[in-house]
Design a protein around this ligand. Structure first.
Ligand code: GTP
Length: 597
Protein backbone atom coordinates (compact mmCIF):
# COMPACT_ATOMS: atom_id res chain seq x y z
CA UNK A 1 0.00 0.00 0.00
CA UNK A 2 1.29 3.47 -0.91
CA UNK A 3 2.02 5.58 2.13
CA UNK A 4 3.66 8.92 2.82
CA UNK A 5 6.71 9.23 5.10
CA UNK A 6 5.79 12.51 6.70
CA UNK A 7 8.67 12.22 9.13
CA UNK A 8 11.27 12.38 6.35
CA UNK A 9 12.47 14.81 3.66
CA UNK A 10 15.18 13.93 1.15
CA UNK A 11 16.89 16.91 -0.43
CA UNK A 12 20.00 17.68 -2.43
CA UNK A 13 21.91 20.92 -2.26
CA UNK A 14 23.06 22.05 -5.67
CA UNK A 15 25.20 25.04 -6.58
CA UNK A 16 28.04 26.43 -8.55
CA UNK A 17 31.47 25.93 -7.00
CA UNK A 18 32.05 28.21 -4.02
CA UNK A 19 28.55 29.58 -3.78
CA UNK A 20 28.39 28.25 -0.25
CA UNK A 21 26.75 24.84 -0.34
CA UNK A 22 29.05 23.30 2.22
CA UNK A 23 28.85 26.29 4.57
CA UNK A 24 25.08 26.16 4.36
CA UNK A 25 24.93 22.48 5.25
CA UNK A 26 27.31 23.12 8.14
CA UNK A 27 24.90 25.70 9.48
CA UNK A 28 21.91 23.42 9.16
CA UNK A 29 23.87 20.79 11.06
CA UNK A 30 24.87 23.21 13.78
CA UNK A 31 21.43 24.63 14.23
CA UNK A 32 19.63 21.34 14.22
CA UNK A 33 21.42 20.61 17.47
CA UNK A 34 23.69 18.03 15.96
CA UNK A 35 26.74 19.49 17.63
CA UNK A 36 27.27 19.37 21.31
CA UNK A 37 28.54 22.57 22.91
CA UNK A 38 32.08 21.43 23.54
CA UNK A 39 32.63 19.50 20.35
CA UNK A 40 35.53 20.77 18.27
CA UNK A 41 34.15 22.02 15.00
CA UNK A 42 36.33 22.23 11.98
CA UNK A 43 35.72 25.20 9.78
CA UNK A 44 33.96 23.21 7.12
CA UNK A 45 32.77 19.95 8.54
CA UNK A 46 31.37 18.52 5.34
CA UNK A 47 34.53 18.26 3.28
CA UNK A 48 36.31 15.60 5.27
CA UNK A 49 38.99 14.86 2.76
CA UNK A 50 42.11 17.02 3.24
CA UNK A 51 42.50 17.68 -0.41
CA UNK A 52 38.93 18.81 -0.65
CA UNK A 53 39.45 21.22 2.19
CA UNK A 54 42.59 22.63 0.67
CA UNK A 55 41.20 23.03 -2.81
CA UNK A 56 37.87 24.12 -1.41
CA UNK A 57 35.86 21.88 -3.63
CA UNK A 58 33.61 18.96 -2.89
CA UNK A 59 34.70 15.89 -4.77
CA UNK A 60 32.35 13.13 -3.76
CA UNK A 61 28.82 13.59 -2.60
CA UNK A 62 28.28 13.26 1.09
CA UNK A 63 25.28 12.23 3.04
CA UNK A 64 24.20 13.86 6.17
CA UNK A 65 20.96 14.21 8.08
CA UNK A 66 19.56 16.89 10.33
CA UNK A 67 16.51 16.91 12.51
CA UNK A 68 14.11 19.78 12.52
CA UNK A 69 11.12 19.52 14.80
CA UNK A 70 9.85 15.97 14.20
CA UNK A 71 11.27 15.58 10.76
CA UNK A 72 14.48 14.02 9.62
CA UNK A 73 15.98 15.83 6.66
CA UNK A 74 18.45 13.77 4.66
CA UNK A 75 20.79 16.15 2.87
CA UNK A 76 22.95 15.15 0.00
CA UNK A 77 25.80 17.44 -0.84
CA UNK A 78 26.63 17.26 -4.53
CA UNK A 79 29.95 17.86 -6.24
CA UNK A 80 30.34 21.34 -7.60
CA UNK A 81 32.54 20.57 -10.54
CA UNK A 82 31.24 19.53 -13.90
CA UNK A 83 33.81 16.82 -14.41
CA UNK A 84 31.84 14.82 -11.89
CA UNK A 85 28.52 15.63 -13.52
CA UNK A 86 27.26 12.07 -13.61
CA UNK A 87 27.30 12.05 -9.85
CA UNK A 88 24.92 15.00 -9.64
CA UNK A 89 22.32 13.19 -11.68
CA UNK A 90 22.64 10.04 -9.63
CA UNK A 91 22.16 11.74 -6.29
CA UNK A 92 19.20 13.71 -7.61
CA UNK A 93 17.47 10.39 -8.18
CA UNK A 94 17.45 9.86 -4.43
CA UNK A 95 15.72 13.09 -3.46
CA UNK A 96 12.30 14.74 -3.70
CA UNK A 97 13.53 18.29 -4.10
CA UNK A 98 16.57 20.53 -4.22
CA UNK A 99 17.91 23.67 -2.62
CA UNK A 100 19.66 25.71 -5.30
CA UNK A 101 22.30 27.92 -3.70
CA UNK A 102 23.27 31.03 -5.66
CA UNK A 103 25.83 33.64 -4.61
CA UNK A 104 24.09 37.01 -4.09
CA UNK A 105 26.99 38.82 -5.72
CA UNK A 106 27.99 36.52 -8.56
CA UNK A 107 24.53 35.40 -9.59
CA UNK A 108 23.91 32.22 -11.56
CA UNK A 109 27.06 30.68 -13.02
CA UNK A 110 27.56 27.87 -15.52
CA UNK A 111 27.34 25.11 -12.96
CA UNK A 112 24.16 26.68 -11.53
CA UNK A 113 22.59 26.26 -14.93
CA UNK A 114 23.91 22.76 -15.36
CA UNK A 115 22.61 21.45 -12.04
CA UNK A 116 19.33 23.34 -12.23
CA UNK A 117 18.71 21.87 -15.66
CA UNK A 118 19.16 18.39 -14.27
CA UNK A 119 16.82 19.09 -11.34
CA UNK A 120 14.13 20.56 -13.62
CA UNK A 121 14.39 17.65 -16.02
CA UNK A 122 13.75 15.28 -13.13
CA UNK A 123 10.74 17.46 -12.22
CA UNK A 124 12.04 18.17 -8.75
CA UNK A 125 10.70 21.16 -6.83
CA UNK A 126 13.37 23.79 -6.28
CA UNK A 127 13.95 26.17 -3.38
CA UNK A 128 16.23 28.98 -4.50
CA UNK A 129 18.53 30.13 -1.74
CA UNK A 130 20.28 33.41 -2.49
CA UNK A 131 23.33 33.09 -0.27
CA UNK A 132 26.06 35.48 0.92
CA UNK A 133 23.66 38.42 1.22
CA UNK A 134 26.13 39.82 3.75
CA UNK A 135 28.75 40.23 1.03
CA UNK A 136 29.62 43.79 0.16
CA UNK A 137 28.09 44.45 -3.25
CA UNK A 138 25.50 41.70 -2.79
CA UNK A 139 22.55 42.28 -5.14
CA UNK A 140 19.87 39.83 -4.02
CA UNK A 141 17.07 41.45 -5.99
CA UNK A 142 18.91 41.32 -9.30
CA UNK A 143 20.15 37.82 -8.64
CA UNK A 144 16.60 36.69 -7.94
CA UNK A 145 15.61 38.01 -11.38
CA UNK A 146 18.57 36.29 -12.97
CA UNK A 147 17.60 33.00 -11.33
CA UNK A 148 14.03 33.36 -12.61
CA UNK A 149 15.37 34.12 -16.09
CA UNK A 150 17.35 30.93 -15.88
CA UNK A 151 14.24 28.96 -14.94
CA UNK A 152 12.50 30.39 -18.01
CA UNK A 153 15.47 29.68 -20.24
CA UNK A 154 15.44 26.09 -19.03
CA UNK A 155 11.72 25.70 -19.77
CA UNK A 156 10.62 25.33 -16.19
CA UNK A 157 6.90 24.60 -15.91
CA UNK A 158 4.48 26.88 -14.03
CA UNK A 159 4.77 24.99 -10.82
CA UNK A 160 8.55 25.10 -10.87
CA UNK A 161 8.43 28.84 -11.58
CA UNK A 162 6.47 29.33 -8.36
CA UNK A 163 9.54 28.25 -6.44
CA UNK A 164 10.14 29.95 -3.13
CA UNK A 165 13.16 32.19 -2.56
CA UNK A 166 15.07 32.23 0.70
CA UNK A 167 17.80 34.79 1.40
CA UNK A 168 20.70 33.69 3.54
CA UNK A 169 24.06 34.37 4.96
CA UNK A 170 25.24 30.84 5.53
CA UNK A 171 28.40 32.26 7.02
CA UNK A 172 26.44 34.01 9.76
CA UNK A 173 23.84 31.27 10.06
CA UNK A 174 20.87 33.44 9.22
CA UNK A 175 18.11 33.21 6.64
CA UNK A 176 14.89 35.00 5.75
CA UNK A 177 12.06 35.05 3.25
CA UNK A 178 12.46 38.82 3.06
CA UNK A 179 15.58 40.00 1.31
CA UNK A 180 15.50 43.29 3.20
CA UNK A 181 15.21 41.83 6.65
CA UNK A 182 17.43 38.98 7.69
CA UNK A 183 16.35 36.70 10.51
CA UNK A 184 18.20 35.37 13.53
CA UNK A 185 18.75 31.80 12.44
CA UNK A 186 18.19 29.27 9.67
CA UNK A 187 14.61 28.48 10.65
CA UNK A 188 13.05 30.10 7.57
CA UNK A 189 15.02 27.70 5.38
CA UNK A 190 14.09 24.67 7.52
CA UNK A 191 10.43 25.70 7.38
CA UNK A 192 10.53 26.22 3.61
CA UNK A 193 12.03 22.77 3.15
CA UNK A 194 9.27 21.16 5.24
CA UNK A 195 6.60 23.04 3.39
CA UNK A 196 7.79 22.80 -0.22
CA UNK A 197 9.67 19.56 -0.53
CA UNK A 198 7.26 16.63 -0.62
CA UNK A 199 7.74 13.79 1.82
CA UNK A 200 8.87 10.57 0.16
CA UNK A 201 6.18 8.03 -0.39
CA UNK A 202 6.02 4.45 -1.51
CA UNK A 203 4.79 0.98 -0.91
CA UNK A 204 5.47 0.03 2.70
CA UNK A 205 4.50 -3.60 2.46
CA UNK A 206 5.91 -4.76 -0.87
CA UNK A 207 9.14 -6.74 -1.24
CA UNK A 208 11.99 -4.39 -0.45
CA UNK A 209 14.24 -2.72 -3.05
CA UNK A 210 17.21 -0.43 -2.44
CA UNK A 211 18.86 1.30 -5.39
CA UNK A 212 22.56 1.95 -4.75
CA UNK A 213 23.44 5.50 -5.83
CA UNK A 214 26.83 6.13 -4.26
CA UNK A 215 29.61 4.10 -2.75
CA UNK A 216 31.48 4.94 0.43
CA UNK A 217 34.56 3.27 1.70
CA UNK A 218 35.48 2.82 5.31
CA UNK A 219 38.75 1.31 6.50
CA UNK A 220 36.97 -0.75 9.15
CA UNK A 221 33.85 -1.90 7.42
CA UNK A 222 35.02 -1.72 3.81
CA UNK A 223 32.76 -0.97 0.93
CA UNK A 224 29.41 0.62 1.70
CA UNK A 225 26.54 1.04 -0.72
CA UNK A 226 24.35 4.08 -0.17
CA UNK A 227 20.87 4.40 -1.62
CA UNK A 228 17.21 4.94 -1.04
CA UNK A 229 14.74 2.28 0.02
CA UNK A 230 12.40 2.38 -2.97
CA UNK A 231 9.92 -0.17 -1.72
CA UNK A 232 9.13 -2.11 1.43
CA UNK A 233 11.36 -2.34 4.41
CA UNK A 234 14.90 -3.66 4.66
CA UNK A 235 16.10 -5.53 7.75
CA UNK A 236 19.44 -6.78 8.94
CA UNK A 237 20.33 -10.47 8.88
CA UNK A 238 18.08 -10.94 5.92
CA UNK A 239 18.84 -12.90 2.80
CA UNK A 240 18.73 -10.68 -0.27
CA UNK A 241 19.60 -10.66 -3.94
CA UNK A 242 21.72 -8.08 -5.71
CA UNK A 243 20.75 -7.40 -9.33
CA UNK A 244 21.58 -4.78 -11.95
CA UNK A 245 19.49 -3.58 -14.85
CA UNK A 246 22.44 -2.88 -17.11
CA UNK A 247 24.25 -6.04 -16.16
CA UNK A 248 21.67 -8.85 -16.34
CA UNK A 249 24.31 -11.43 -15.42
CA UNK A 250 24.56 -9.98 -11.94
CA UNK A 251 22.28 -12.02 -9.76
CA UNK A 252 23.99 -12.56 -6.50
CA UNK A 253 22.76 -13.85 -3.16
CA UNK A 254 23.85 -11.57 -0.36
CA UNK A 255 23.21 -11.07 3.32
CA UNK A 256 22.48 -7.72 4.92
CA UNK A 257 24.79 -7.80 7.92
CA UNK A 258 25.03 -4.11 8.70
CA UNK A 259 22.54 -1.42 7.94
CA UNK A 260 22.84 2.27 8.72
CA UNK A 261 20.92 5.51 8.50
CA UNK A 262 22.54 8.93 8.61
CA UNK A 263 22.45 11.14 11.71
CA UNK A 264 24.38 14.38 11.48
CA UNK A 265 27.64 13.44 9.87
CA UNK A 266 27.59 9.92 11.22
CA UNK A 267 26.25 6.60 10.17
CA UNK A 268 24.06 5.06 12.87
CA UNK A 269 23.44 1.34 12.88
CA UNK A 270 19.77 0.37 12.57
CA UNK A 271 17.94 -2.96 12.38
CA UNK A 272 15.43 -1.87 9.84
CA UNK A 273 14.64 0.98 7.45
CA UNK A 274 11.42 1.76 5.60
CA UNK A 275 10.60 2.97 2.13
CA UNK A 276 11.81 6.58 1.65
CA UNK A 277 14.81 6.25 3.95
CA UNK A 278 18.34 6.74 2.74
CA UNK A 279 20.46 3.87 3.98
CA UNK A 280 24.00 2.59 3.91
CA UNK A 281 24.56 -1.14 3.52
CA UNK A 282 27.88 -2.69 4.51
CA UNK A 283 29.20 -6.18 4.08
CA UNK A 284 28.28 -6.81 0.46
CA UNK A 285 31.37 -7.54 -1.50
CA UNK A 286 31.44 -6.06 -4.96
CA UNK A 287 28.47 -3.79 -4.37
CA UNK A 288 28.36 -1.20 -7.13
CA UNK A 289 26.63 2.00 -8.11
CA UNK A 290 23.48 1.11 -10.02
CA UNK A 291 22.92 -2.24 -8.26
CA UNK A 292 19.57 -2.98 -6.69
CA UNK A 293 19.57 -4.89 -3.43
CA UNK A 294 16.21 -6.60 -3.12
CA UNK A 295 14.05 -9.18 -1.49
CA UNK A 296 15.37 -12.68 -2.20
CA UNK A 297 12.03 -13.87 -3.57
CA UNK A 298 11.50 -10.83 -5.80
CA UNK A 299 14.73 -9.93 -7.57
CA UNK A 300 13.69 -6.88 -9.63
CA UNK A 301 16.33 -4.45 -10.84
CA UNK A 302 15.52 -0.74 -10.86
CA UNK A 303 16.51 1.46 -13.82
CA UNK A 304 19.46 3.71 -13.31
CA UNK A 305 21.33 6.74 -14.68
CA UNK A 306 23.96 5.69 -17.14
CA UNK A 307 27.47 6.36 -16.01
CA UNK A 308 29.23 8.85 -18.29
CA UNK A 309 32.13 7.55 -20.27
CA UNK A 310 35.65 8.82 -19.57
CA UNK A 311 36.92 11.44 -22.01
CA UNK A 312 40.59 11.79 -21.06
CA UNK A 313 43.27 9.16 -20.42
CA UNK A 314 46.74 9.32 -18.94
CA UNK A 315 49.33 6.65 -18.36
CA UNK A 316 50.57 6.26 -14.79
CA UNK A 317 53.88 4.47 -14.58
CA UNK A 318 56.61 3.60 -12.18
CA UNK A 319 59.14 6.38 -11.84
CA UNK A 320 62.22 5.40 -13.82
CA UNK A 321 64.21 8.58 -13.30
CA UNK A 322 67.61 8.38 -11.56
CA UNK A 323 66.01 10.15 -8.61
CA UNK A 324 63.27 7.56 -8.18
CA UNK A 325 62.45 6.51 -4.66
CA UNK A 326 63.41 9.77 -3.04
CA UNK A 327 60.00 11.24 -2.51
CA UNK A 328 57.55 8.46 -2.02
CA UNK A 329 57.22 5.40 0.11
CA UNK A 330 55.24 3.42 -2.48
CA UNK A 331 57.29 3.01 -5.62
CA UNK A 332 56.73 -0.46 -7.05
CA UNK A 333 54.39 -1.31 -9.89
CA UNK A 334 52.51 -3.68 -7.56
CA UNK A 335 51.80 -0.84 -5.13
CA UNK A 336 50.78 1.48 -7.91
CA UNK A 337 48.50 -1.14 -9.40
CA UNK A 338 46.79 -1.96 -6.11
CA UNK A 339 46.21 1.68 -5.34
CA UNK A 340 44.74 2.40 -8.76
CA UNK A 341 42.43 -0.58 -8.67
CA UNK A 342 41.29 0.44 -5.21
CA UNK A 343 40.16 3.74 -6.68
CA UNK A 344 37.61 1.84 -8.74
CA UNK A 345 35.75 0.96 -5.57
CA UNK A 346 34.47 4.45 -4.97
CA UNK A 347 34.80 6.27 -8.27
CA UNK A 348 32.63 4.90 -11.04
CA UNK A 349 33.69 7.40 -13.67
CA UNK A 350 37.25 6.15 -13.64
CA UNK A 351 38.65 3.32 -15.72
CA UNK A 352 41.95 1.50 -15.12
CA UNK A 353 43.56 -0.70 -17.75
CA UNK A 354 46.73 -2.72 -17.88
CA UNK A 355 49.16 -1.86 -20.68
CA UNK A 356 51.87 -3.77 -22.52
CA UNK A 357 54.27 -2.80 -19.79
CA UNK A 358 53.76 -4.23 -16.31
CA UNK A 359 54.97 -0.89 -14.94
CA UNK A 360 52.36 1.27 -16.62
CA UNK A 361 48.57 1.62 -16.32
CA UNK A 362 46.15 3.55 -18.45
CA UNK A 363 43.86 5.64 -16.29
CA UNK A 364 40.80 7.25 -17.89
CA UNK A 365 38.58 9.84 -16.29
CA UNK A 366 36.07 12.62 -16.80
CA UNK A 367 38.49 15.40 -17.61
CA UNK A 368 41.80 16.85 -16.65
CA UNK A 369 40.66 18.04 -13.23
CA UNK A 370 39.25 14.66 -12.36
CA UNK A 371 42.58 12.95 -13.05
CA UNK A 372 44.67 15.69 -11.52
CA UNK A 373 42.82 15.26 -8.22
CA UNK A 374 43.60 11.55 -8.25
CA UNK A 375 47.25 12.25 -9.01
CA UNK A 376 47.53 14.74 -6.20
CA UNK A 377 45.72 12.50 -3.71
CA UNK A 378 48.03 9.60 -4.53
CA UNK A 379 51.15 11.73 -4.27
CA UNK A 380 50.08 12.88 -0.84
CA UNK A 381 49.53 9.32 0.21
CA UNK A 382 53.16 8.64 -0.67
CA UNK A 383 52.92 7.12 -4.12
CA UNK A 384 55.73 8.03 -6.45
CA UNK A 385 55.00 7.67 -10.14
CA UNK A 386 55.11 9.52 -13.40
CA UNK A 387 52.22 10.42 -15.66
CA UNK A 388 52.00 10.92 -19.39
CA UNK A 389 50.40 13.88 -21.12
CA UNK A 390 46.63 13.55 -21.19
CA UNK A 391 45.13 12.05 -24.31
CA UNK A 392 41.55 12.41 -25.46
CA UNK A 393 39.38 9.34 -25.88
CA UNK A 394 37.41 9.30 -29.10
CA UNK A 395 34.21 7.41 -29.64
CA UNK A 396 33.95 5.32 -32.79
CA UNK A 397 30.44 4.74 -34.09
CA UNK A 398 29.92 2.96 -37.43
CA UNK A 399 33.55 3.55 -38.24
CA UNK A 400 33.20 7.31 -37.74
CA UNK A 401 35.28 9.08 -35.20
CA UNK A 402 33.50 11.30 -32.69
CA UNK A 403 35.26 13.53 -30.25
CA UNK A 404 34.11 14.63 -26.79
CA UNK A 405 33.03 18.25 -26.77
CA UNK A 406 33.00 20.71 -23.91
CA UNK A 407 31.21 23.97 -23.35
CA UNK A 408 33.65 26.47 -21.91
CA UNK A 409 32.32 29.51 -20.13
CA UNK A 410 34.77 32.27 -19.43
CA UNK A 411 34.38 35.47 -17.46
CA UNK A 412 37.18 37.92 -18.14
CA UNK A 413 37.88 41.61 -17.85
CA UNK A 414 37.50 43.11 -21.31
CA UNK A 415 41.20 43.77 -21.75
CA UNK A 416 41.95 40.02 -21.83
CA UNK A 417 39.12 39.06 -24.15
CA UNK A 418 41.13 39.33 -27.34
CA UNK A 419 43.84 37.01 -26.12
CA UNK A 420 41.36 34.44 -24.87
CA UNK A 421 39.43 34.41 -28.14
CA UNK A 422 42.60 34.13 -30.13
CA UNK A 423 44.08 31.32 -28.06
CA UNK A 424 40.89 29.29 -27.96
CA UNK A 425 40.31 29.92 -31.65
CA UNK A 426 43.57 28.20 -32.38
CA UNK A 427 42.38 25.30 -30.26
CA UNK A 428 39.31 24.85 -32.47
CA UNK A 429 36.89 26.55 -30.13
CA UNK A 430 33.76 28.06 -31.57
CA UNK A 431 32.49 31.21 -29.95
CA UNK A 432 28.82 30.58 -29.39
CA UNK A 433 27.81 33.42 -27.16
CA UNK A 434 29.16 36.64 -25.80
CA UNK A 435 27.50 38.83 -23.21
CA UNK A 436 28.39 41.62 -20.91
CA UNK A 437 28.50 40.47 -17.31
CA UNK A 438 29.03 42.60 -14.26
CA UNK A 439 31.92 44.81 -13.26
CA UNK A 440 33.60 45.27 -16.64
CA UNK A 441 33.66 41.53 -17.23
CA UNK A 442 32.54 39.84 -20.39
CA UNK A 443 31.20 36.33 -20.53
CA UNK A 444 32.28 34.23 -23.48
CA UNK A 445 30.87 30.81 -24.24
CA UNK A 446 32.70 28.43 -26.52
CA UNK A 447 32.11 24.97 -27.83
CA UNK A 448 35.42 23.15 -28.04
CA UNK A 449 36.71 19.62 -28.60
CA UNK A 450 37.96 18.31 -25.24
CA UNK A 451 41.47 17.87 -26.61
CA UNK A 452 41.58 21.58 -27.41
CA UNK A 453 41.43 22.21 -23.68
CA UNK A 454 44.40 20.12 -22.71
CA UNK A 455 46.85 22.31 -20.91
CA UNK A 456 44.73 25.39 -21.45
CA UNK A 457 43.80 26.10 -17.82
CA UNK A 458 47.29 27.20 -16.82
CA UNK A 459 47.77 29.18 -20.03
CA UNK A 460 44.49 30.90 -19.26
CA UNK A 461 45.60 31.83 -15.75
CA UNK A 462 48.73 33.44 -17.15
CA UNK A 463 46.97 35.18 -20.02
CA UNK A 464 44.37 36.74 -17.74
CA UNK A 465 46.82 37.45 -14.93
CA UNK A 466 44.66 35.35 -12.64
CA UNK A 467 41.59 37.51 -13.26
CA UNK A 468 39.60 35.13 -15.41
CA UNK A 469 37.15 32.43 -14.42
CA UNK A 470 36.98 29.33 -16.55
CA UNK A 471 34.37 26.59 -16.39
CA UNK A 472 33.90 23.58 -18.56
CA UNK A 473 30.97 21.24 -18.97
CA UNK A 474 30.91 18.03 -20.96
CA UNK A 475 28.63 18.48 -23.97
CA UNK A 476 28.36 15.11 -25.65
CA UNK A 477 30.13 13.92 -28.77
CA UNK A 478 30.50 15.55 -32.17
CA UNK A 479 32.15 14.47 -35.43
CA UNK A 480 35.89 14.74 -35.39
CA UNK A 481 37.08 18.05 -36.75
CA UNK A 482 40.61 17.23 -37.78
CA UNK A 483 43.89 18.04 -36.16
CA UNK A 484 44.18 21.10 -34.00
CA UNK A 485 46.62 23.29 -35.91
CA UNK A 486 49.66 24.06 -33.89
CA UNK A 487 50.56 26.95 -36.12
CA UNK A 488 49.02 28.76 -39.02
CA UNK A 489 49.48 27.01 -42.29
CA UNK A 490 48.47 27.52 -45.88
CA UNK A 491 48.36 30.70 -47.79
CA UNK A 492 46.53 33.91 -47.42
CA UNK A 493 43.38 34.40 -49.34
CA UNK A 494 41.21 37.38 -49.69
CA UNK A 495 37.70 37.69 -50.93
CA UNK A 496 35.34 40.46 -51.52
CA UNK A 497 31.91 40.20 -50.11
CA UNK A 498 30.69 43.41 -51.57
CA UNK A 499 30.74 45.36 -48.38
CA UNK A 500 34.08 44.59 -46.92
CA UNK A 501 37.05 42.38 -47.42
CA UNK A 502 37.67 39.45 -45.18
CA UNK A 503 40.78 37.41 -45.34
CA UNK A 504 42.20 34.41 -43.70
CA UNK A 505 44.46 31.46 -44.10
CA UNK A 506 43.49 28.82 -46.53
CA UNK A 507 44.53 25.45 -45.27
CA UNK A 508 45.52 23.43 -48.28
CA UNK A 509 45.31 20.16 -46.40
CA UNK A 510 41.71 20.58 -45.51
CA UNK A 511 39.99 21.61 -48.63
CA UNK A 512 37.08 23.88 -48.12
CA UNK A 513 38.22 25.11 -44.76
CA UNK A 514 39.16 28.67 -44.32
CA UNK A 515 41.08 29.62 -41.26
CA UNK A 516 40.84 33.09 -40.02
CA UNK A 517 44.25 33.09 -38.53
CA UNK A 518 45.59 34.90 -35.55
CA UNK A 519 46.29 38.48 -36.38
CA UNK A 520 43.05 38.83 -38.19
CA UNK A 521 40.60 41.10 -36.63
CA UNK A 522 36.97 40.48 -37.29
CA UNK A 523 35.33 43.83 -36.88
CA UNK A 524 31.89 44.60 -35.79
CA UNK A 525 29.67 44.49 -38.81
CA UNK A 526 32.14 42.62 -40.90
CA UNK A 527 30.60 40.06 -43.18
CA UNK A 528 31.77 36.56 -42.53
CA UNK A 529 30.30 33.10 -42.81
CA UNK A 530 27.53 31.92 -40.60
CA UNK A 531 29.70 29.42 -38.83
CA UNK A 532 32.60 31.82 -38.77
CA UNK A 533 34.46 31.56 -35.59
CA UNK A 534 37.68 33.01 -34.60
CA UNK A 535 39.88 30.17 -35.52
CA UNK A 536 38.22 28.69 -38.52
CA UNK A 537 35.34 28.95 -40.91
CA UNK A 538 33.66 25.96 -42.39
CA UNK A 539 33.26 27.52 -45.79
CA UNK A 540 31.11 24.73 -47.05
CA UNK A 541 28.28 25.74 -44.78
CA UNK A 542 28.82 29.44 -45.14
CA UNK A 543 25.98 31.79 -45.67
CA UNK A 544 26.17 35.50 -45.67
CA UNK A 545 25.46 36.72 -42.26
CA UNK A 546 26.44 39.63 -40.23
CA UNK A 547 28.07 38.81 -36.97
CA UNK A 548 28.06 41.70 -34.66
CA UNK A 549 29.93 42.24 -31.50
CA UNK A 550 32.67 39.82 -32.41
CA UNK A 551 36.15 40.96 -31.77
CA UNK A 552 39.52 39.39 -31.81
CA UNK A 553 42.99 40.68 -31.79
CA UNK A 554 46.46 39.38 -31.68
CA UNK A 555 49.38 39.06 -33.95
CA UNK A 556 50.79 36.33 -36.04
CA UNK A 557 54.39 36.60 -37.05
CA UNK A 558 53.80 34.50 -40.09
CA UNK A 559 51.44 37.10 -41.42
CA UNK A 560 53.07 40.18 -40.02
CA UNK A 561 49.69 41.78 -39.81
CA UNK A 562 50.06 43.82 -36.75
CA UNK A 563 47.97 45.70 -35.89
CA UNK A 564 45.36 43.62 -37.65
CA UNK A 565 43.12 45.32 -40.11
CA UNK A 566 40.65 44.65 -42.84
CA UNK A 567 42.47 44.66 -46.12
CA UNK A 568 41.69 45.54 -49.64
CA UNK A 569 42.85 43.11 -52.27
CA UNK A 570 45.80 45.33 -53.09
CA UNK A 571 46.79 45.55 -49.49
CA UNK A 572 46.53 41.81 -49.08
CA UNK A 573 48.97 41.43 -51.95
CA UNK A 574 51.60 43.19 -49.94
CA UNK A 575 51.75 40.21 -47.62
CA UNK A 576 51.65 37.37 -50.03
CA UNK A 577 52.79 36.37 -53.46
CA UNK A 578 50.17 36.89 -56.07
CA UNK A 579 50.17 33.24 -57.09
CA UNK A 580 49.42 32.24 -53.51
CA UNK A 581 46.31 34.30 -53.49
CA UNK A 582 43.01 32.63 -53.92
CA UNK A 583 40.65 35.31 -54.85
CA UNK A 584 37.09 34.36 -54.49
CA UNK A 585 35.20 35.51 -57.50
CA UNK A 586 31.90 34.38 -58.94
CA UNK A 587 33.79 32.19 -61.43
CA UNK A 588 36.00 30.72 -58.81
CA UNK A 589 35.99 27.39 -56.98
CA UNK A 590 33.50 25.58 -54.86
CA UNK A 591 34.35 27.84 -52.00
CA UNK A 592 32.90 30.79 -53.81
CA UNK A 593 29.78 28.90 -54.59
CA UNK A 594 29.20 28.02 -51.03
CA UNK A 595 29.75 31.53 -49.86
CA UNK A 596 27.19 32.83 -52.29
CA UNK A 597 24.62 30.15 -51.51
P1 GTP B 1 32.25 23.45 -3.29
O1 GTP B 1 32.33 22.51 -2.13
O2 GTP B 1 33.56 23.66 -3.92
O3 GTP B 1 31.20 23.09 -4.26
O4 GTP B 1 31.89 24.90 -2.71
P2 GTP B 1 30.70 25.27 -1.81
O5 GTP B 1 29.59 25.70 -2.68
O6 GTP B 1 30.45 24.18 -0.84
O7 GTP B 1 31.19 26.57 -1.08
P3 GTP B 1 31.75 26.74 0.39
O8 GTP B 1 30.72 26.45 1.41
O9 GTP B 1 33.04 26.04 0.47
O10 GTP B 1 31.96 28.32 0.41
C1 GTP B 1 32.86 28.95 -0.47
C2 GTP B 1 33.40 30.22 0.17
O11 GTP B 1 32.33 31.15 0.37
C3 GTP B 1 34.02 30.00 1.53
O12 GTP B 1 35.14 30.82 1.63
C4 GTP B 1 32.94 30.44 2.50
O13 GTP B 1 33.46 30.94 3.71
C5 GTP B 1 32.27 31.57 1.73
N1 GTP B 1 30.87 31.73 2.12
C6 GTP B 1 29.94 30.76 2.23
N2 GTP B 1 28.77 31.30 2.64
C7 GTP B 1 28.97 32.63 2.78
C8 GTP B 1 28.13 33.72 3.18
O14 GTP B 1 26.95 33.58 3.50
N3 GTP B 1 28.69 34.95 3.17
C9 GTP B 1 29.98 35.16 2.83
N4 GTP B 1 30.44 36.40 2.85
N5 GTP B 1 30.81 34.15 2.47
C10 GTP B 1 30.32 32.90 2.45
Amino acid sequence: MEQVRNDVRNIAIIAHVDHGKTTLVDQLLRQSGTFRENQVIQERVMDSNDLERERGITILSKNTAVRYKDTKINIIDTPGHADFGGEVERVLKMVNGVVLVVDAFEGPMPQTKFVLKKALELELPVISCINKVDRPGARPEKVMDEVLDLFIELDADEEQLECPFVYASAKNGIASLDMHKLGDNMEPLFETILEHIPAPKGNFDGPFQVLISTIDYDNYIGRIGVGKVERGSIKTNQEAIMVNEQNPELHKKVKITKLYEFEGLNRMEVDQAEVGSIVAIAGIEGIHIGDTVCNAEHPEALPFVKISQPTIAMTFSVNDSPFAGQEGKFVTSRQLRDRLFRELQTDVSIKIEETDSPDAFKVSGRGELHLSILIETMRREGYEFQVSKPEVLFEIIDGKKNEPMEIVTIDVPEEFMGTVIEKLGKRKAELINMTQSKGGYSRLEFSIPARGLIGYASEFMTDTKGNGILNTIFDGYAPYKGEIPTRSQGSLIAYETGESIAYGLFNAQERGTLFIGAGVKVYEGMIVGENARLGDIEVNVCKRKQLTNVRASGSDDALKLSPPKVLSLEQALEFIEEDELVEITPENTRIRKKILD
